[in-house]
Design a protein around this ligand. Structure first.
Ligand SMILES: [Zn+2]
Length: 308
């Protein structure tokens, strides 16, 4: 990899919890095209920090499918599961700065908590002032206080978040000993020198927490662009849970064509049967971020690759 800092360094960061589906392909294509057309690098990171939900077989399958789709990434694939030491250093820095606190609450004790917009429980603050001697620490949480985080998303526009309302004191080290996704992503993006994050709008609600972590750790904040998320006819995000169809690695052209259409790029109809080798040159020549539909959700209605 170039040792000089490029103007643009993007990444695609799938979670290997299942095969690559249409929604992930959209995020991969959008981040790849935006990086390549800016003359930037495009890195690949496996977000397998939540080890119990991830599998090596799914990761291998995603890598094979990306290669079949003609994606070429810069440098080695980064695996979150191998970066525990970096996350531990970040947690120690947060502890030393008094920005985190130990939490002894069980899931049951938090069951009556208010619910954040993303469906997670908002921490009621029980352990914020310290634990009783008899209570063992289970997790570590970041104090959000009255922090407000705002950023200008290149697709979704201005996003402002009142962290106490939208997230609450959130977990950085889980009760099962695993580092939380938000901490891992903030540390990973900084360590990789990521300048631009292009990803699905399903992660829009996470962004304020990641920016707040960057601020707490003294890390730079990348530019963000959140692509619309492909939903099925019932309005559900395409995922393993909604039985989204896995991509056919033996015939990736139609899915890639549909992803370009979904991203508002208007590939010509005569290219609907084209191979990735034919589609990528067209896509890089014609890519325009300002054609990507705004709004966090967008139905995937093309070419028989919709979730059933
Ligand atoms: Zn607690």
């Amino acid at each position: 990899m170039n040792t000089l800092d490029p103007v643009y360094r993007g990444r695609f960061a799938p979670s290997p919890t299942g095969p690559l589906h249409f929604g992930s392909l959209v995020a991969a294509a959008g981040s790849f095209l935006e990086a390549r057309t800016k003359g930037g690098e495009w890195l690949l990171r496996m977000e397998d920090v939540d080890a119990p939900r991830c599998s090596q077989a799914a990761a291998d399958d995603i890598l094979r499918t990306l290669e079949a789709c003609g994606f070429a990434w810069d440098g080695e694939v980064v695996w979150q599961s191998r970066r525990t030491a970096a996350y531990a250093v970040a947690l120690e820095r947060l502890k030393a700065a008094g920005l985190v606190f130990a939490c002894a609450c069980t899931r049951k004790e938090l069951a009556d908590s208010a619910i954040a917009p993303d469906g997670a429980a908002i921490y009621p603050g029980t352990c914020r002032q310290g634990l009783a001697a008899s209570r063992p620490a289970r997790a570590w949480r970041l104090r959000v206080g009255n922090a407000h985080v705002g950023f200008d998303d290149a697709i979704q526009g201005r996003i402002d978040s009142d962290l106490a309302v939208d997230a609450g004191d959130f977990i950085v080290l889980r009760a099962d000993g695993l580092f939380a996704y938000q901490l891992a992503v903030a540390v990973d993006d900084a360590d990789a020198g990521i300048t631009h994050v292009v990803r699905g709008a399903d992660l829009l609600a996470s962004t304020a927490r990641q920016i707040f972590l960057q601020q707490c750790l003294g890390l730079p904040t990348p530019c963000y662009a959140h692509l619309p998320v492909a939903v099925n006819a019932a309005g559900e995000k395409l995922s393993k849970q909604t039985r989204a169809t896995a991509l056919d690695a033996a015939r990736p052209g139609p899915a890639l064509f549909a992803a370009l259409e979904f991203l508002g790029q208007r590939p010509p109809a005569e290219m609907s049967g084209a191979s990735p080798g034919e589609l990528w040159p067209w896509a890089t020549r014609h890519w325009r971020l300002d054609r990507v539909p705004r709004g966090p959700l967008c139905p995937a209605v093309t070419g028989g690759i919709i979730a059933p």
